[in-house]
Write a protein that binds this ligand. Sequence first.
Ligand SMILES: [Mg+2]
Length: 192
Amino acid sequence: MIKIALDMDSVLADIAPVECQIIEEVTGKKIGKLHLKQWDWLDLYDLRKDISLDKIFRTVWERWFDVHPTEEYLGGKVGELMLLGQVDIVSANWEDNEQTNKVMHKNKKEWLTKYHIPYSNLVFVDHNKNKLDLDYDIWIDDSPVNAEAAVKRGKPLFLYTQPWNMEHDYPFPVERIFSLSDARRLLKMNRI
Ligand SMILES: [Mg+2]
């Protein structure tokens, strides 16, 4: 049975519109999701002096009820992946504060329940650890940093297309996908 590591932020949960809303509230700058064309968009728009990623993620998940799924019928699509193997939702801890992390875990769980998204395990990884070190057969992720790491390590990763990962194409074993149905199709074809 294959083991799939499914990223949560920006693969399941479309957090970028809420991030943009928070940025506007804090900095007054109007930025839309499509403007986030680079992974380091805080630097791209010179926002780092006004706001930190930790604060953005913390606030996003305090407002979990404002976060929409990335795709229609998301729960069904994840359910179809579960027919192929073990699907763990692997999400980063952005805080070193245990209490804040606890609240974030609870809110993420609530969100998954709200949208009827099934999973085998919900796994939280410290932000300074690399999720590619975990024991999985395939990673599904939107981070270009993880895509680069997957190429270097020869680990298979499906790169979930988002504006901030469009700059580069990555060689095998990274493959670009546009929806979770693509992931299922590729997994069925390759039978890894
Ligand atoms: Mg992500």
